[in-house]
Design a protein around this ligand. Structure first.
Ligand code: C2E
Length: 911
């Protein structure tokens, strides 16, 4: 095609060049022809001029003869004048009249007027010389002229004779033989020249006419050649165009209008022609137009998707929930992204199928009975979504209605006009949780840019999901904070703040409706021991169970709250003291039932204090305070009971407050001193030790019992400072007695559990011993069972450190706590102090007897010394001795003594 297309123009151009060359040739031959014609004209002109000049010579001679003869005949002077004019003209002395070729006689006399117009004056012979006569002809003409001049002389002579009146002579002179001879001498050369000129110029004309004919033929041939070439060129041009110019113009106009719909018809011969090229160009333009349309469509598609992406981003910002976001995304990708339909499905892992979360566009109704699963063994699991799920990649189906993977849904595709579809996985924390499925009515809709945009859109959705998650976490946290602000985490019961809020509302209602109300405070007895011995996990489990039980005891609308620890508050609407008592009993009963926590079977009791509205207070704070005072009295009275608040309790509570306040200044005001109670060996009956017992009295309160102020000091934390002071006093006293030479004895000092748990206790005790100069073996720390319960391992470590420093330890009030003898094995104690509550009744109570006896026996088997405290009677002493108790302490031997009295006792004994 290419070679044939390019061969025509050179041929056509060659023809054009040939035409041009031929045209030049035609022009040249024509010019030549014109030139030859001009030469013929020139030759004719020359012939004419030559004849004229020769004729003028003859004519003038004849005119002169006629004028001379007429003058002679008539004597009219005008003829002589004409005669002279003719001579003057012929000799170049007068200007030549116009048309002098004619006979002068005719010129002058025809109408009796003078000759019209003049030419320049020129002698006839000069004109003849200029007229290209041959030399021979010139010589003949010169001879004729001479003869004519001779004749002029003769004629002048004749006219002179006439003028003189001699007409005859004059006439004779003009008609005689001499005259005729001369005349003949003139005419003869003129005739010869005339023949010569005639012959010569005719030859010239003939020769020139031959040239002219040649030129004419050349012109004709070249013109014919030109016509032929033009014809050929036209043929070539037609072949090059391949159609008529009008057709070509119509075709070009069609192309110009961008009309590529109907292709230009081209015959085989016209393929290599402008028409063929035009058709070819039309095809190229058609292709380009198709490509341009495709590109335009793609750009529009992409820009639509860009718009959808922007909408998607707005949706992300605006949507408040996952479902709202999904709905917006589907709507935007259809409304703005040019998709036919879009849906988002979430994976139902249990069912192994996809649940539609959102959809929009043509054909969404088909989703109502969606048949898409992830199971590769079913046809609906082998579609784009199943493939995408298993491949972990987006799946692009570019020909929906013919792709085998969409075979299961081809009917839907045909019905709704889907030509392409995609399944793009949606991930949350890297795991596929669903799919974004856009459908397009265009084949191959998912080109590179569209894919990139859809993937970007999907990433944005995932980002939004992450944000929703964060938002959900934040909301949960907020709710949690809200919850924590109002509810107790462990039990789920309202906490203090919620209690206050609800109680205020209930009090307000009670006030309006004039109804009574009860506020109860329940506190578990010795719950701390459970926590300490079995750990907080067990304690917490017990509290949870208890909370459930307590909540079940109250009516709807009443309040049960946990204030922290083992303290619960109940607010009971519209109840008097009788109903409140019933509820309290029920609560005690519920609390006292057995608990099973893990492997532990537990039992606890509770103490309840009750304050009544409006008798005991009108606000929550007062009611709480009074319920607390009542509960405190239950505790003091031996626990596991309930009590209503009374005025006396109020007084006790007020005293407690005064005690705590006064304690703060007890040491600095030197209101405290230490008493010493002897400890006696039951074997020897001798004093082997002393227990330091703290005493406190103030001007306002008087003497306050340690059983009152020690717990108050422990509650307020003052026990550390006070206990420290007691220890130093006792150690110093022991050293003083040693220094006084008294028999060595062991100084027993009570150590509160709070003191025991201070971090540097062993080194601190050692430091005091060092500073006071008492050997450690003379000090015995009396620990309660509770010291080891909270953190047994820590207690063992502390005991070991004390033991390593040579300091003795005993367990005080043994039998009241949770210690087991087996646990004692691990403690570095050397003595058990049997609590006086057992000792008190050993003479009357068989059970106490058995307990004391068991404690002594077991202690012995563990290699521990036993001491019984609170021994007041000889019977008690006897029993203890029978049981081989090692030591005793009690009023039976001595009450606590001042240091001086104790020294006196020692001195008495040693005497
Ligand atoms: N009814 C009766 N009582 C007897 C008899 N023999 C001794 N007592 C009393 O029993 C208590 C023995 O001390 P405790 O069991 O350690 O019990 C002590 C001890 O737990 C605590 N305590 C006293 N002083 C201190 C101290 O300096 N530090 C610490 N942490 N607690 C102390 O106060 C509790 C009470 O001390 P006190 O009132 O001095 O009471 C003392 C003592 O006076 C008797 O035969 N009959």
């Amino acid at each position: 095609m290419k070679s044939s297309v390019t061969s025509s123009p050179p041929q056509f151009v060659s023809y054009l060049w040939a035409c041009f060359g031929t045209l030049l040739l035609v022009g040249a031959t024509f010019m030549f022809y014109v030139w030859t014609e001009k030469r013929i004209d020139h030759a004719n002109q020359l012939r004419f001029t030559s004849h004229n000049l020769v004729d003028e010579l003859r004519q003038s001679s004849d005119d002169l003869t006629r004028m001379a003869r007429t003058y002679v005949a008539t004597g009219d002077a005008q003829y002589r004048k004409h005669y002279q004019e003719i001579v003057a003209i012929r000799d170049g002395q007068a200007p030549r009249p116009l048309n002098y070729e004619n006979v002068y006689w005719d010129v002058v006399l025809a109408n009796g007027q003078r000759p019209r117009g003049v030419q320049r004056a020129a002698p006839l012979m000069e004109l003849i010389r200029e007229a290209h006569f041959t030399l021979e002809e010139l010589a003949l003409l010169a001879a004729a002229k001479n003869e004519s001049d001779k004749l002029v002389g003769l004629e002048n002579s004749a006219m002179d004779l006439r003028a003189q009146g001699d007409v005859g002579a004059a006439t004779a002179m003009l008609h005689d033989a001499a005259y005729h001879r001369v005349k003949a001498d003139i005419m003869r050369p003129i005739g010869a020249v005339s023949d010569s000129v005639d012959h010569r110029t005719r030859l010239l004309v003939e020769a020139t006419a031959l040239d002219a004919n040649l030129a004419r033929f050349a012109f004709m041939f070249s013109a014919i050649g030109l016509v032929l070439l033009v014809w050929r060129a036209k043929r070539r041009l037609d072949a090059a165009l391949g159609c008529s110019v009008a057709q070509l113009r119509a075709g070009m106009e069609k192309l110009g209008r961008g009309d590529f719909t109907t292709p230009l018809a081209v015959s085989d011969e016209a393929r290599d022609s402008v028409w063929g090229w035009l058709a070819h160009t039309q095809q190229s333009l058609m292709r380009l137009d198709g490509e341009r349309s495709e590109a335009l469509e793609r750009i529009q598609r992409v820009s639509r998707l860009y718009s959808a992406l922007s909408q998607c981003n707005q949706a992300i910002v605006r949507s408040r929930s996952e479902s709202e976001l999904f709905e917006r995304i589907c709507r935007d990708v259809v409304s703005h992204g040019g998709m036919a339909m879009a849906w988002i499905g979430l994976i139902d892992k249990e069912q192994g199928r996809i649940d539609v979360a959102a959809s929009f566009g043509a054909g969404v109704e088909y989703l109502e009975q969606l048949e898409v699963s992830l199971d590769p063994d079913t046809p609906e699991g082998r579609g784009p979504i199943g493939l995408s799920y298993r491949g972990g990649q987006p799946y692009w189906c570019q020909d929906y209605q013919h792709a085998p993977e969409t075979a299961h849904w081809h009917a839907h595709g045909v019905r709704y006009g889907w030509a392409s579809s995609a399944a793009i996985p949606l991930r949350r924390d890297g795991e596929i949780i669903g799919f974004f499925a856009p459908y397009s009515g265009t084949l191959n809709a998912f080109d590179h840019e569209v894919r990139e945009l859809l993937l970007e859109m999907t990433l944005d959705i995932e980002f939004a999901l992450k944000n929703f998650d964060r938002e959900a976490v934040r909301l949960q946290a907020d709710q949690r904070v809200q919850y924590l602000a109002h509810y107790d985490v462990l039990t789920g019961l309202p906490n203090r703040s919620q209690l206050h809020e609800r109680t205020r509302q209930l009090l307000e209602q009670a006030r309006i409706h004039r109804m009574p109300m009860a506020l109860m405070m329940l506190d578990l007895d010795h719950f701390k021991d459970i926590n300490d011995s079995l750990g907080h996990t067990v304690g917490d489990a017990l509290l949870s169970e208890l909370a459930l039980r307590l909540a079940s005891c109250i009516r709807e609308g009443d309040v049960v709250a946990r204030l922290g620890g083992d303290e619960f508050i109940f607010v009971l609407r519209n109840v008097g003291s009788g109903e409140a008592s019933d509820v309290a009993r029920k609560l005690l009963d519920m609390t006292g039932r057995a608990y099973t926590v893990g492997k532990h079977d537990l039992k606890v009791t509770a103490s309840i204090g009750i304050a009544m509205y409006p008798d005991d207070g009108h606000d929550i704070e007062t009611l709480l305070q009074r319920a607390d005072a009542a509960m405190y009295q239950v505790k003091r009275a031996g626990r596991h009971d309930f009590r209503f608040f009374t005025a006396a309790m109020q007084q006790r509570a007020a005293r407690h407050l005064r005690v705590v306040n006064a304690l703060r200044y007890a040491l600095e005001r030197e209101q405290m001193h230490v008493m010493y109670q002897p400890q006696v060996s039951l074997t020897t009956g001798r004093i082997i030790g002393a227990e330091a017992l703290l005493r406190w009295s103030t001007p306002e309160l008087g003497a306050v019992s340690p059983t009152e102020f020690i717990p108050a000091a422990e509650e307020s934390g003052l026990i550390i400072q006070i206990g420290d002071w007691v220890l130093r006093q006792a150690v110093r006293q022991a050293r003083a007695w040693l220094d006084a030479g008294l028999p060595p004895l062991v100084m027993a000092v009570n150590l509160s559990a709070i003191q025991f748990r201070t971090a540097d206790l062993p080194s601190h005790v050692a430091q005091i011993l060092y500073e006071e100069g008492l050997p450690p073996e003379y000090l015995e720390l009396e620990l309660t069972e509770g010291v080891a319960l909270q953190d047994p391992q820590g207690a063992i470590t502390t005991m070991n450190q004390l033991h390593d420093r040579g300091i003795r330890m005993s367990i005080d009030d043994f039998g009241t706590g949770f210690s087991s003898l087996s646990q004692l094995k691990k403690f570095k104690v050397y003595k058990l102090k049997i609590d006086q509550s057992f000792v008190r009744d050993i003479s009357t109570d068989a059970e106490d007897k058995a307990i004391v006896s068991a404690i002594i026996n077991m202690a012995r088997s563990l290699g521990l010394t036993t001491i019984a405290e609170g021994v007041e009677t000889i019977e008690q002493l006897e029993f203890l001795r029978e049981q081989h108790c090692d030591e005793m302490q009690g009023y039976h031997f001595s009450k606590p003594l001042t240091a001086d009295n104790f020294r006196a006792l020692l001195e008495n004994e040693s005497r």
